[in-house]
Design a binder for this molecule. Structure first.
Ligand code: S3P
Length: 428
């Protein structure tokens, strides 16, 4: 792989692979482990934290609230005694940092202002206001987006039962982090398919219970200091699984991966397309399953994707488009309008990527359609400053006939700084 002025040339790469790779800590679990540790009064341990810039954004915000970090140790005076921040809280590119911390701070007696980079400043934040204000919290957006002003002297915490219109784990978690600071129990409901790390961890800690498939009742009170062993990130492993999936006879094994039911949508999609998936649950961390996954490539066919599998594969849909290009037949993704609200408009960015690589793709209002030709020519990938587009483009590059040039390739640092080296290592 060559790098010039922010661009990276990737592939093409021939030959079968057979590799076992440990991927860095799960981004969603890492944010939660840091925030849960910061809620607790005392010293918690977080092992295997994700290595990307987004996780550092959460750490930086918590440090401004008086939380101290020393290696794997997180020391906090507890959420009730967090310090009022002296400056605005910079969430960088991380929507999870902004939404989760908005929830946590919406119930604080002091005011905080959350800001983000250009991409995050364009993402929808109005959706936080109703649920958090129902709990008596305070959230003010800037025309529906960041900067957000949260918490303050007008906060009057009270319980609420809220139903969300979308299956958003970020919104559900924001609500839980506010509701746990209340004095009586509250509940959150939404469509199914979301990653439920927060709910599982809270339930394991005696701070809530699931009522039916997607309703969670929060039991307010303190979180005790504990140890978090962050599992590998399935959304990172997905890029390596995809490399194997499009090469019949190749395989990639990833141990200690989060197998939360809201994170396995991409594996379900690969299986529907014809890949072989072996997933063994080997344990659980705070009630959240982990295990070993092996993906083995076999001839793939196009599929129709809609409904709950979409929420469980949302972050991986740009990669689904790449895999679908190497399959035979048409793949249609619908019910995925949320994809337009991510780090970029991922419907538009994904379709442009596939077209620029010589594939067949068209936008739908709530998804896209890919014409699988069994191969991609290769070409240039514009990332729109979106880490998952850059990494999906690189996977396309290694499988393509002439390779891909990824513009702005370093944006992968947001979730996985070592990604390109690990991708390359599959052939060593
Ligand atoms: C996340 C939830 C998902 C996902 C995002 C991380 C989380 O977003 O796309 O990358 O850690 O809670 P939504 O819950 O908004 O769909």
């Amino acid at each position: 792989m060559e790098s010039t002025l922010g661009s990276k040339t990737v592939g093409p790469r021939q030959g079968r692979i057979s590799a076992t790779v440990s991927v860095p800590g799960d981004k969603s679990s890492s944010h939660r482990a840091l925030i849960f540790s910061a809620f607790a009064r005392g010293s918690s341990t977080v092992r295997g934290l994700g290595t990307g810039a987004d996780v550092q954004s959460t750490r930086g915000v918590l440090a401004q609230l008086g939380v101290e970090f020393d290696g794997e140790t997180v020391m906090s005076r507890g959420v009730a005694d967090w310090l009022a921040p002296a400056q605005t809280l910079d969430c960088g590119n991380s929507g999870t940092t902004m939404r989760l911390m908005a929830g946590a701070l919406s119930a604080a007696p002091f005011e905080s202002t959350l800001v983000g980079d250009e991409s995050l400043s364009g993402r929808p934040m109005e959706r936080l206001v109703g649920p958090l204000e129902a709990l008596g919290g305070r959230v003010t957006t800037t025309d529906g987006t960041a900067p957000l002003t949260v918490g303050g002297s007008a906060v009057e915490r009270h319980p609420a039962d809220v139903i969300l219109p979308i299956a958003s784990a970020q919104l559900r978690t924001a609500f839980c982090l506010a509701a746990i600071q209340g004095s009586a129990s509250s509940s959150i409901a939404s469509p199914a398919g979301f990653r439920d790390h927060t709910e599982r961890w809270l339930a394991a800690m005696g701070r809530g219970e699931r009522v039916g498939e997607s309703v969670f009742r929060i039991a307010p009170g303190e979180i005790s200091p504990t140890t978090y062993d962050v599992p590998g990130d399935p959304s990172s492993a997905a890029f390596l699984w995809a490399v194997a999936a499009v090469r019949p006879g190749s395989s990639v094994t990833t141990p200690d991966i989060s197998l939360n039911p809201g994170r396995i949508g991409f594996l379900q999609v690969l299986e529907m397309m014809g890949a072989r998936i072996d997933a063994d649950v080997t344990g659980a961390i705070h009630g959240d399953p982990i295990g070993t996954v092996t993906v083995t490539g076999q001839p793939l066919r196009g599929v129709d994707l809609s409904g709950p599998v979409i929420a469980g594969a949302l972050d991986e849909l740009p990669l689904v488009a790449v895999v679908a290009s190497f399959a035979e037949g048409i793949t249609r993704v619908t019910d995925a309008a949320e994809l337009r609200t991510k780090e970029s408009d991922r419907v538009a960015a994904t379709v442009a990527m596939i077209q620029d690589l010589g594939g067949g793709a068209q936008e739908l209002a709530d998804g896209f359609e890919i014409v699988g030709l069994g191969t991609l020519e290769g070409g240039e990938v514009k990332t729109h400053h979106d880490h998952r587009i850059a990494m999906a483009g690189a996977v396309a590059g290694v499988g393509s006939l002439s390779g891909a040039v990824i513009h702005d390739a370093d944006v992968a640092n947001v979730s996985w700084p070592a990604f390109y080296e690990v991708l390359e290592s599959l052939w060593s």
